[in-house]
Structures are given as structure tokens and as C-alpha cells.
Design a protein around this ligand. Structure first.
Ligand code: ADP
Length: 631
């Protein structure tokens, strides 16, 4: 890379300034975390170098003793955090430090309300990393040189966080990065060896890397002698220590480091497996869903370590997509250090660890499900977990128990009811678990198909998440009870059916024979059959899918996704006791019969969230009816 000899002044991405202001304001009471963030970055940089040096030893430049040092200077009023990790090129500095290019940034700014209180909470969900330096500093200087590059390729970056930064080439012998914080007037308290040590032990003790500080600053004898450094943290991978000895705080700090999160996690599970295979897994459920949870292609997964050496982030082979919200680490003794993503793809060790990990994670969620907190978990991650029913055939049963639904039991939108709850309330003689699926909660809750179920007090699952259509395609039964759509096929309540009702239906079908024929002829392009039903109590008509046909909601989803699908005609069912049908029975005027018939079909379609072919025609016909009635 050519050295650009001049100093340049560049502008931040416009959001950076805004973010800085907000951050300084909202993290003021917890300022000390700047040190955790900068040490965390330094530690990551050492991990990256250690990994890259596995295949290119020269990157160590003769010094494989990786560490972070923290110095302070009372006179200059600076704190310096220095690492001998991977370092950065000029382009990387611009890319990583000059922009906040992390995924979710856009979403973060969109989510911001302008209300400082609320936005401070938001910032907690969103790592700000390097920029936390500006909480205590009014000027930050970063000097870095990429491992393996020449001495001439050093880079000096500097900013006072006011919308601009300068960047210039410098000569730098040592590889790695140092960050110099020029402290704000009100942050002088950090120029104190005891205080810095305390903060390091509090937040960074778990790091698998020595964090050094000058002995002199700590001790009494400040004069002369060679500067002597000592290790401040325990510098041992936390997860290798006996579980009993690890405190909640230590677990939480490790979580914040690996997840780049400010908040404590919701739950964790740590297991150390010994025997034929030796590996350790430590998984966490974050307290909040990340902004990019919906992007199934976004990098996901956990950190992979081999014998305590960091290998890679986002090892997606270790975690199926439906558990993409899990953060954590896997450390194994059974893989070679030079393992690549390609190797991971077909590796029996990985597969075994993955299977065991999924079990552990589902177990952790299962434990949570017994507590009140589960509502929160479900709100954050429920929709993603539902994908497990589709993706993970092996664990389907276990996942099904973790699902929560809205149902007609209480008609609230919040999903709180488990299938076990549902089954425990099933009526004597009820064989199926009934559900209705549609585009929105209001649509399904008010679906005419539910009328008979409500009348008889039979509970129905109200499904309106996008994933639900696929869910019911894969979850065909629970606890031996088939799931059955209330909008598909002939209404069959099994034992719950009233024999009297059946007789009545047959009788009515005879009585309405002519009307059924006339309607079928009129609507022949739209429906394959018109029949009498007793599933309706207050609506005049509804549409159902034939037993083997695709349901309307799924058809609509596929169409919206641009998938060509054979459209199957629906069946229209009518309620013979409804005044409109009673009236229609005696309608002699063909034109008026036709208007009524079309209105019946259109409103049945509307009530299930469908779209009319000819909305203007519908409105026109309706208005005609009103005018006739009022004249
Ligand atoms: P995050 O660490 O969450 O990605 P940061 O804002 O803290 O976000 O850092 C942005 C990026 O800058 C890092 O991902 C890394 O690539 C780079 N970086 C920061 N500090 C260092 C460092 N000490 N050495 C090398 N690269 C660094």
C-alpha cells in the first residue's frame, strides 16, 4: 500500500455526532465503561492476530507475547490503551473508526424517539464500542500499524468528536494499536492507578489475555529503575474455570464483551464436557432482540475457540438459524487449530457439539418458560423460535412445548398460551386442536369461521404472525392431537357435533336447493361449490378451502412473494338462518338476486382479509341496496 504523505481532514458519517452526544449524555453515570470497551477491542485485535498467525507465523514479527497495557500520565492528563494485536491499515481506520458501519445503525437511528430517557435505553441495546472513549475524553488519538506491514505504514487518527477527524501517515515500529484519551476536565478521577485497576478487574478479568499496568504507578517507589509492568487481571479464559467459582458478574461481563451489549443477559447455560470429547459451551440469551434479528442471512452464531485460541466469530455451523439470537462461545479440544469454515461444514465433531448445544439451549429456554420472565423472552424471540418447528425436525416436539399463542380463550393479542394449556382445556370428545390463520390479529379474531366455536366454547388458536402459515404446515399434531384449520374442509367437530344440527343442515340443504344452484351459477368463476353450513351463527356467508386445497392466506403470501401458484377456487358456505338468505330465497328479480349474491361473496372475502377483484363494483352494489331500503 502506498503511503499517503499528507494529513487529511475527513468528516464523520453524519450520525456519528448525534450518536456521540446521545452517548455522552446517557452513559454519564456509568462512565467507567469506556475502559471496558477499549480493552475489549484490544483483546479482539489480539485474538484476530493469534488466529491469522496460525497460518502465517511472520505476522508475529518475533513477538508472540500478546497483551494489552494501560498507562496514564497525570501531567498530560491522558490514559493510553495499547495492544500488540492485528492493527489497522489506513483504509481500515477510515472504515472502522470513521464510520459507524455496523449493521443495525440505520435501524437504531430510525428507532430513536428524541426522548432522551427512552433513547438512553436504546443505546443500551446497541454497542457503541470505540466511541465510548468520548465519554471521558475531549480528544482521542489513535495510532496503529497493521501486523505484517512496514514501519512506514503507520496511521495516526485524531478527533475531538465534533464531526471531523484527521488522518495522517506516521512511522511506527510496533505493530498494533494505541488509543490515547485526552481526558475531559471532569474526568480526572480516572488518572488513578487504584481506580483503573479496579475497573479492569471488574470488567475485564475474564479476558484470556494479560492486561498490564506499570508497577510504579501502583506502588510507592515512583523513581528511577526500569519501568516494570504487572498483570492486573487473572488472564484466564473464564469458561475454563470451575463453574462454582464463577460469579454472576463475571459471567455477565463476558457476555457484554462477546455480544457487544451493554445490558446483562436474560439467561445463560454453561457446560463443560469431558470424556471422549472435550469441549465447553457457554450460551446466553440477550435481554433484547438485536435490530437485525429478521435478517436470516445476517452473520449469526457463536464464537469458536480451539484450545482457548479464538478461531472465528459467527460460527454459524454451531447454531441453527432459528437460534440466531443466542450469543456465546464454544471451545473444543477436538479440532485442529487451522480449522476453516469449509472444514466446519462437514465435520462430525462440530455436528456432535451442535446437537448437544441445541439441546442445552432448548433446555435453557425450557427453564425460562417455567418463569414469569417468559413473556418477555417470547415477545423478543418467539417469532424466531417458531422457525424451529420448520427447521428442526428432530427437536420439533420440544420446541412445540415452548411455543406461545393467542387464542379465543382470552382473545388478547399477547401470545401467552401454550399448547399444553390448550390441551388441558379441550372439551370432552374434542379430537382436534383448532386454529385460524390470517394476516392480522383483528382479522383472525373476528373471523366468521369462529362463530360456532365461540358458541360452543371450543378454544381456537389465533395465528397471525407471518411464520404461522409455515408453522401449521409443519406442526401437524401436538400430544397426539391433530392441528386443524377452522377454514378448511367441511366443519367436523367430531363428537362435539350435535346430531340434531346435522339433520337440520340436511333439511335446509333440501330447502335451499334452488338458491344454492343459482348462486353456484352466478359465482362459477370464483367458487367451486356453494353449500349450507352450521358453522355460522351471525354472519351470512364465509369462504373455506377444500380439504386438499391450499388455504387462502397461504395463497396470498405466496402471491405477494411473486410465486406462481395454481389458484384453487374456494367453497362458499352460507348461513340459512341469516335474514339475507331468508330474503334471497324469495327474491324473484334476477338482477337483484345477482347483486345480493355478489355482495355475499365479496363480504365473505373481505372478512377473511382478502382483496376484492372489483371493489368499486362492491361499493356501488351496496349503495344501491341502501338506497332501495331507504326509499
Ligand atoms: P465493535 O467493536 O462493536 O465492532 P467498535 O466501534 O468498538 O465496534 O470498533 C469498530 C471496529 O474498529 C472494530 O470492529 C475493529 O475492526 C476496529 N478496531 C477497534 N479497535 C481496534 C484495535 N484496538 N485494534 C484493531 N482494530 C480495532
Amino acid at each position: 500500500m502506498a503511503v499517503d504523505a499528507k494529513k487529511e481532514t475527513l468528516g464523520f458519517q453524519s450520525e456519528v455526532k448525534q450518536l456521540l452526544d446521545l452517548m455522552i449524555h446517557s452513559l454519564y453515570s456509568n462512565r467507567e465503561i469506556f475502559l471496558r470497551e477499549l480493552i475489549s477491542n484490544a483483546s479482539d485485535a489480539c485474538d484476530k492476530l493469534r488466529f491469522e498467525a496460525l497460518s502465517n507465523d511472520a505476522l508475529f514479527e518475533g513477538d508472540s507475547d500478546l497483551k494489552v497495557t494501560v498507562d496514564f500520565d497525570e501531567k498530560k492528563k491522558t490514559i493510553t490503551i495499547r495492544d500488540n494485536g492485528i492493527g489497522m491499515t489506513r483504509d481500515e481506520v477510515i472504515e472502522n473508526i470513521g464510520t459507524i458501519a455496523k449493521s443495525g445503525t440505520k435501524e437504531f437511528f430510525n428507532a430513536m424517539t428524541g426522548d432522551k430517557q427512552k433513547d438512553s435505553q436504546l443505546i443500551g441495546q446497541f454497542g457503541v464500542g470505540f466511541y465510548s472513549a468520548f465519554i471521558v475524553a475531549d480528544k482521542v488519538t489513535l495510532i496503529t500499524r497493521k501486523a505484517g506491514a512496514s514501519e512506514e505504514e503507520g496511521v495516526r487518527w485524531e478527533s475531538s468528536g465534533e464531526g471531523e477527524y484527521t488522518i495522517e501517515p506516521v512511522k511506527r515500529k510496533e505493530r498494533g494499536t494505541e488509543v490515547i484519551l485526552h481526558l475531559r476536565k471532569d474526568a480526572k478521577e480516572f488518572l488513578n492507578g487504584y481506580k483503573l485497576r479496579e475497573i479492569i478487574r471488574k470488567y475485564s478479568d475474564h479476558l484470556n489475555l494479560p492486561i498490564m499496568m506499570l508497577k510504579e504507578h501502583y506502588g510507592e517507589d515512583k523513581d528511577k529503575k526500569e519501568p516494570e509492568y504487572e498483570t492486573v487481571n487473572s488472564a484466564k479464559a473464564l469458561w475454563t474455570r470451575p463453574k462454582k467459582e464463577i460469579t454472576d458478574e463475571e459471567y455477565n461481563e463476558l457476555y457484554k464483551h462477546i455480544a457487544h451489549d451493554y445490558e446483562d443477559p436474560m439467561a445463560r447455560v454453561h457446560s463443560q464436557v469431558e470424556g471422549k470429547m472435550e469441549y465447553t459451551t457457554l450460551f446466553y440469551i440477550p435481554n433484547h432482540a438485536p435490530f437485525d434479528l429478521w435478517d436470516r442471512n445476517h452473520p449469526h452464531g457463536v464464537k469458536l475457540y480451539v484450545r482457548r485460541v479464538f478461531i472465528m466469530d459467527d460460527a454459524e455451523q454451531l447454531i441453527p438459524p432459528y437460534l440466531r439470537f443466542i450469543r456465546g462461545i464454544v471451545d473444543t479440544n477436538d479440532l485442529p487449530l487451522n480449522v476453516s469454515r469449509e472444514i466446519l461444514q462437514h465435520n462430525s465433531v462440530i455436528e456432535k457439539i451442535r446437537n448437544a448445544s441445541v439441546k442445552k439451549i432448548l433446555g435453557m429456554i425450557g427453564k425460562l418458560a417455567k418463569k414469569d420472565d417468559y413473556d418477555k423472552f417470547w415477545k423478543e424471540f418467539g417469532k424466531v423460535l417458531k422457525e424451529g418447528i420448520i427447521d428442526d425436525e428432530k427437536n420439533k416436539e420440544q420446541i412445540a412445548k415452548l411455543l406461545r399463542f393467542s387464542t379465543t380463550h382470552d382473545d388478547v393479542e399477547e401470545q401467552k398460551i401454550s399448547l399444553e394449556d390448550y390441551v388441558s382445556r379441550m372439551q370432552e370428545g374434542q379430537e382436534n386442536i383448532f386454529y385460524v390463520v390470517g394476516e392480522s390479529f383483528a382479522t383472525v379474531k373476528n373471523s366468521p369461521h369462529l362463530e360456532i366455536f365461540r358458541k360452543k366454547g371450543i378454544e381456537v388458536l389465533l395465528l397471525s404472525d407471518q411464520v404461522d402459515e409455515w408453522l401449521v404446515n409443519h406442526l401437524t399434531e401436538f400430544d397426539g392431537k391433530p392441528l386443524h384449520s377452522v377454514t378448511k374442509g367441511e366443519l367436523d367437530l367430531g363428537e362435539l357435533d350435535d346430531k340434531k344440527d346435522e339433520k337440520e343442515k340436511e333439511k335446509k340443504t333440501g330447502e335451499y336447493k334452488d338458491i344454492l344452484k343459482r348462486l353456484e351459477k352466478l359465482l362459477k368463476d370464483k367458487v367451486k361449490e356453494v353449500r349450507i353450513t352450521n358453522r355460522l351463527t351471525s354472519s351470512p356467508a364465509c369462504l373455506v378451502a377444500d380439504e386438499q386445497d391450499m388455504e387462502a392466506n397461504l395463497q396470498r403470501i405466496l402471491e405477494a412473494a411473486g410465486q406462481p401458484i395454481p389458484t384453487s377456487k374456494r367453497i362458499m358456505e352460507i348461513n340459512p338462518d341469516h335474514p339475507i338468505l331468508k330474503h334471497l330465497k324469495d327474491e324473484k328479480d334476477d338482477g337483484r338476486f345477482e347483486d345480493w349474491g355478489r355482495i355475499l361473496f365479496d363480504q365473505a372475502l373481505l372478512s377473511e382479509g382478502g382483496k376484492l377483484d372489483d371493489p368499486a363494483g362492491f361499493v356501488h352494489r351496496l349503495n344501491e341496496m341502501f338506497m332501495e331500503m331507504s326509499s
